[in-house]
Design a protein around this ligand. Structure first.
Ligand SMILES: C[S@@+](CC[C@H](N)C(=O)[O-])C[C@H]1O[C@@H](n2cnc3c(N)ncnc32)[C@H](O)[C@@H]1O
Length: 431
């Protein structure tokens, strides 16, 4: 493990006004093409990517990186703008979605024709007396009642019919992933994932799926002229980004990493991850959780030591101590509560490790935009994520240009307004 970092105090004042007032986090109707194939609650909007791609003066010869690419918003928008991109993502379902959303080379007419053939063969089948189900191990990974028995049967039938070879398979599976959580299943996002009170006994799986297929085909026609713009997505852990990318190959970064809060991000895509077979056992879930930045107590493991990367950062120690002292005052003793203060060190340590590794793949002068949110999830102790990451980045040799306000959101615990910010950094190159 390499050096721990020290604290530098001269952080620029964050801006007080957002430049996106009113449209901060929505997918604008004119931006829907491709982005709508599959998004999740954690996705940021395409116009944010455009704003910073323009500001960073990216051109057709630039390479843009999103090291926490999620469902590929940065990559899709880059491709639409003619900019080459690379994404890194540790979650198999999100990695799959990004990979499909950045490959525009198939024939849209062929996709619709193939899907219609599959749908008409399935339409002729009635419901059998014994419905298809998931294995008991896979069922235990999803929330109870996430999906009712009949829609689940229809979904599993469709997955079988789609199969696993052929040029249209990824698009057909992604269309299914898109309709699964809320249209076929019983999930709601607000922002935590939960099960709706009303459970659908049945759902028109094939009709919903065909609509998603038609939308994909229409979007492919629309974006066809940019299909040759390179984009690739790597399934990897961005704390080891230098192992995945060539030295000095990246001109800019636009990304949104996880924030330190009590949200278990792995639940956001759990239903489709299990049904599409990306995760079928506790062991697989655990292996995948270990590749994530530690942003909540459900992804902390005994051997974790990312906190050594911020061993000399007094403000992060102060926050961790404040959380632990408050826990003791309040007499909170559950296993998760005892780990709250630890998550803070592991989170910022993991991000420090990522930023240290990133230096090797950046070209001198590279500009970076990190969208991050303040949090008060740990016993109401305020964590100014953007300011702390800015200070860590400065300690590692980055220049902190400024902190923009993206939007404010009410805290679910304190109701106080929490800032979501964009940290603008520049990598000057090794001195
Ligand atoms: C806030 S989301 C990004 C959303 C993305 N901007 C979009 O529009 O869909 C953060 C993502 O980081 C991923 N992630 C967390 N830890 C990671 C790691 N160590 N390496 C790579 N990806 C990671 C999560 O799986 C999640 O998809």
């Amino acid at each position: 493990m390499s050096m721990a970092i020290a604290h530098t105090p001269d952080t620029p004042r964050p801006s007080e006004e957002s430049r996106w007032v009113g449209s901060e986090n929505s997918l604008l109707p004119e931006d829907e093409a491709v982005h709508r194939w599959y998004r999740f609650i954690l996705s940021f909007p395409p116009h944010l990517v455009r704003t910073y791609a323009t500001e960073f003066e990216l051109t057709h010869s630039s390479t843009l990186l999103d090291p926490f690419c999620g469902t590929g918003t940065t990559l899709v928008e880059a491709k639409k703008c003619g900019i080459s991109s690379v994404g890194i993502e540790a979650a198999p379902m999100a990695h799959f979605a990004s990979s499909v959303k950045t490959d525009w080379c198939i024939d849209p007419g062929g996709l619709v024709k193939n899907a219609k053939k599959l749908a008409s063969s399935l339409n002729r089948r009635g419901l059998p007396r014994r419905l298809r189900t998931l294995s008991s191990e896979a069922s235990q990974l999803i929330l109870a009642d996430s999906i009712s028995p009949v829609p689940l049967h229809r979904t599993l039938d469709l997955i079988d019919a789609i199969g696993d070879t052929g040029e249209f398979v990824p698009y057909e599976r992604l269309a299914l992933a898109q309709i699964l959580p809320c249209k076929v299943g019983n999930l709601r996002f607000g922002p935590e994932v939960g099960v709706t009170r009303y459970k659908k006994e049945d759902a028109p799986v094939l009709d919903l799926w065909m609509s998603a297929i038609h939308a994909i085909a229409a979007d492919l026609e629309e974006v066809n002229c940019n299909s040759a713009v390179p984009s690739r997505v790597i399934l990897a852990d961005s704390r080891s980004v230098a192992e995945a990318l060539k030295p000095r190959s990246i001109d800019a970064v636009i990304t949104s990493p996880p924030y330190p809060n009590e949200k278990d991000y792995t639940r956001t895509t759990r239903l489709e991850s299990v049904i599409l077979g990306f995760m079928l056992s506790r062991a697989e879930l655990q292996a995948y959780k270990k590749t994530l930045v530690r942003s909540n107590t459900r992804t902390v493991y005994r051997d974790d030591d990312d906190d050594c990367w911020i061993a000399e950062h007094p403000e992060i120690h102060r926050i961790a101590e404040q959380i632990e002292n408050r826990r003791l005052q309040l007499g909170k003793t559950s296993g998760f509560e005892r780990m709250y203060h630890r998550v803070v060190g592991l989170y910022f340590g993991g991000m420090a490790k990522h930023l240290e590794q990133l230096k090797r793949v950046l070209r001198p002068g590279a500009q970076l935009a990190y969208v991050v949110g303040d949090q008060a999830s740990y016993l109401r102790v305020m964590i100014r994520t953007g300011q702390l990451l800015g200070s860590i980045a400065q300690d590692l040799g980055y220049e902190l240009e400024r902190i923009d306000l993206f939007r404010t959101r009410p805290s679910t615990v304190t109701k106080e307004l929490l800032r979501e910010e964009v940290l603008i950094l520049r990598w000057p190159g090794d001195k």
